[in-house]
Design a protein around this ligand. Structure first.
Ligand code: UT7
Length: 341
């Protein structure tokens, strides 16, 4: 477990651009596959989701990442970054990583580029990685993109995960700044518990599959989640991690003006808010429109909050995520004064 405040460092990571992207195809609950035998009432009641975006044939994670990255770099005002990170668990290929390809598509030259693999916590882990590189003097300006395409990874017969997971991307640009600047990332809490590894998994398609021919079925190449168990862990871990990061940052719960949690399920967001005693009007949510977009969900929610004027310069913002692994993490930051998108 890591619980750290970035204190005593001369260079702090400062957020200077954020953008989101979703593919154009909107899928409402009553357009979901008929054989799922689900309906708008069930999905809204159990998940809070009304619509989600799914890619059309020919579009993949890298295409969404590219659009979000362009938006964040445009807001930041300069494409000059020295590091590109991509957080995803639905990469375009098992190898190589997405980040070098994205950097090349953006024309960024020979920047440092690698992927972060922490499932739905990937964006928070990516922020911590970028922050460490900036604070340690390795990087000046980092582009972090979180993107996932779940619509093609969930089995066509899995209505539980099928109604929840969706496609999207979000990106941020972080630069080296001075302590105390608005936009500073102040404190981090990161953790994992590999005992839960098989509760969110794509069992086949990796080295284990090749090592044990015949062990896996074709359906094992699809995403699999034990929804109920994961639900409980998500609530507990995001609550505990949030409290840990607040303690590390030296903030009281009442100091938090905006919470942007992984948009896993509206009932999870509400349970975390209740346990933290944070009122609903401080909790940013776009799950009704976009569903659960994996690693992309926090930066996408941030981008939508900026578009809708729901987060303001100087506000104390808490980010918290939970995902496969299990992994979880939280960040305390002060929101910057961003140019309009
Ligand atoms: O992002 C990373 C972390 N992910 C999460 O945090 C997601 C956490 N889990 C969830 O969001 C929820 O578990 C789901 C939305 C995936 C499922 O909701 P649930 O309330 O946990 O449903 P369940 O799987 O326990 O199933 C309850 C009932 C079952 O019927 P019976 O056996 O009680 O008769 C299911 O067959 O609901 C049924 N069901 C559905 N009914 C209509 C499950 N999915 C559906 C559906 N439409 N789509």
């Amino acid at each position: 477990m890591i619980e750290r405040r970035l204190s005593g460092v001369r260079r702090v990571p400062v957020l200077e651009g954020v953008a989101g992207w979703v593919p154009p195809r909107v899928v409402a609950n009553d357009e979901l596959p008929a054989h799922w035998q689900t309906d708008d009432t069930w999905v809204r009641r159990r998940t809070g989701i009304g619509t989600r975006h799914w890619v059309d044939e020919g579009t993949s994670t890298g295409d969404l990442a590219l659009e979000a990255a362009r938006g964040a770099l445009a807001m930041a005002g300069s494409p000059l970054v020295d590091t590109v990170l991509v957080a995803t668990s639905t990469p375009d290929h098992p190898m190589p990583a997405m980040a070098p390809v994205l950097a090349s598509r953006l024309g960024l030259g020979s920047v440092a580029a690698f992927d972060v693999s922490a499932v739905c916590s990937g964006f928070v882990y990516g922020l911590a990685t970028a922050a460490g590189m900036i604070a340690g003097g390795l990087a000046e300006r980092v582009l972090l993109v979180a993107a996932d395409v779940y619509s093609t990874l969930v089995s066509p017969d899995d209505r539980g995960a099928g109604v929840v997971f969706a496609d999207g991307a979000g990106a941020v640009v972080l630069r080296a700044g001075e302590p105390g600047e608005p936009g500073s990332l102040l404190a981090f809490d990161l953790g994992s518990d590999g005992e839960g590894h098989d509760l969110i998994t794509v069992p086949a398609g990796g080295a284990r599959d090749r090592a044990e021919p015949g062990r896996y079925e074709p359906v094992d190449r699809y995403f699999r989640m034990s929804g109920r168990e994961v639900f409980q862990h998500a609530v507990t871990r995001m609550t505990e991690s949030s409290l840990a990061v607040l303690k590390t940052a030296g903030w009281a719960v009442e100091d938090v003006q905006r919470v942007v949690a992984h948009q896993a399920n509206a009932r999870i967001l509400s349970a975390v808010g209740t346990r933290l005693s944070i009122p609903d009007d401080r909790i940013v949510s776009n799950i009704e429109r976009v569903g659960n977009t994996g690693a992309a969900s926090i930066p996408l929610a941030l981008a939508h909050a900026v578009e809708r004027g729901e987060v303001h310069a100087g506000e104390r913002v808490l980010l918290t995520a939970f995902g496969g692994g299990f992994t979880w993490g939280s960040v305390a930051m002060v929101w910057p004064d961003l140019p309009s998108a």
